[in-house]
Design a protein around this ligand. Sequence first.
Ligand SMILES: C[S@@+](CC[C@H](N)C(=O)[O-])C[C@H]1O[C@@H](n2cnc3c(N)ncnc32)[C@H](O)[C@@H]1O
Ligand SMILES: [Zn+2]
Length: 573
Amino acid sequence: MSTDLNDFKIIKEGEAEILMHAKNEVFYNKTQVNNRDLSIAVLRTFIEKRQLEHEAFLTRRTKSAEKVLEKNSESVSGSAPNEMPMDDIECNGEREMLDETPQEEPCSVRKDIPESTNGKGKRELKPPRVLEALSASGLRALRYAREVEGIGQVVALDNDKASVEACRRNIKFNGSVACSKVESHLTDARVFMLTHPKEFDVVDLDPYGSPSVFLDSAVQSVVDGGMLMCTATDMAVLCGGNGEVCYSKYGSYPLRGKYCHEMALRILLACIESHANRYKRYIVPVLSVQMDFYIRVFVRIYTSASAMKNTPLKLSYVYQCIGCDSFHLQQIGRTVSKNNSVRYLPGFGPVVPQECTDCGKKFNMGGPIWSAPIHDLEWVTSILADLKSMKDRYPAYDRISAVLTTISEELPDIPLFLSLHNLCATLKCTSPSAVVFRSAVINAGYRISGTHVNPLGLKTDAPMDVIWDIMRCWVKSHPVKEQPSDQPGSVILAKEPAFQANFARAVASLSKAQAKKVARFLPNPERHWGPKLRAGRQITSKHISLLGPEAVNGSLKHDHDDGDEEAQVCHKF
Ligand SMILES: C[S@@+](CC[C@H](N)C(=O)[O-])C[C@H]1O[C@@H](n2cnc3c(N)ncnc32)[C@H](O)[C@@H]1O
Ligand SMILES: [Zn+2]
């Protein structure tokens, strides 16, 4: 490729600048600034938390060692047996290594510094090493290196020659910090990750379409307590466009409910967990986001054969009624505790009868999905605080702070959500306002919140029969036209409510952010804020009809003719 600078234009994002060749043979999508900003915010919080966890680990280790010393000196005179010094330590990956043998230290602990005897100050943490496994132009790797304080080496991979050439050029273009921290390799990311087990504190997967082929090697490449960041843009597949394709890629059946984008997040998490389990590892989700045209999850990875036994408690099948869209979760496993011991057993089922008790129709069954929390709210609060403290350093500040604010108010323990519009469409009634509906749920003694995935979605622990009773009461004062008696809505309304709903406005019916008028959902900054085609392929009329001519013929001509790209176009869902 020519090296005449006139053939290039400079693109700046955050503190990084990249050179884009006029031919645009390397993938770049400016809409992913949200994705990159969010990842930088999570990385900053990860570095802070990792340091705190390490300090807590050292303090506890010192205390345990002192206890053992005390006991040993007692046992010289008495008969107390030696104890394991650190059996209750819970800290980062270090927690898990203590309940496994052999006990290794995390890869990122500096072994070149001699241990001191006073406990504190022993074993400094090395700056975290980051693997950007699918790096294209290197923009993301360069932003990590230039913007994230305390970051270590950033390794950027790509199996495309033009991308690696561009990445190397961009590293030089970004000056000495970039040159000292970022290195680029032309290689298949899967092979690289497999041959670098437990070597990276952070592994970032940002593929075209599905990440599924990279997961098995990625979960092995992360250190204990490290983080995997993973994007999926194949939303049509994950949202039920081709259930069988989703099953083959992710091992889970999607359902076409209004909650499908949250289900997509939970399918991806279940899939990562299943790959991690193969290596006695398990995940702890920190943040899971659906934004623009993709999903992105941030999970920590730990090793523990015993903790891994809890996985079936974190997974569920979903039954969704084909008549009224009511949904019910069926947990895969359960535990029974007896005399201080825990037995792991299959879940009791089925949780639903053959026919829906509300409308009489059958159920589709989807999943398994991750049904445990998808965010750690403490992390979300820290990420938001961090973000707010350096607004100017995030080009997509408004958007990501809005998303994180909405996430911070989500009920953490409620998988999936209802759509008020859907409930009303089933009954063919006018809709109560969200505040009125939320009030009725709260007044009935249940919790309710919004969801970042859908401005009209509502998460609640109220069972479906309570929800339908609230709607029956609503319809009594807002009558509907007569419908054929076999319609799901008619069957639901034919029953009398078991209680009288109270629609009086409840104090908590507005979220805190709503009450303070803090932005929670923002429109896209410009038209065609969506996926881009894979670099270096032919544009077809199919792409133009799916993405629109501007998206295809914009300043960067990325073209492609592969089914996957269709899968990236999710606006029909
Ligand atoms: C969506 S782009 C990455 C964009 C980049 N992360 C960013 O933020 O700008 C995906 C990249 O993955 C690369 N890729 C696809 N399969 C790969 C593999 N098996 N190993 C390494 N790179 C791969 C492609 O060449 C492409 O450059
Ligand atoms: Zn039903």
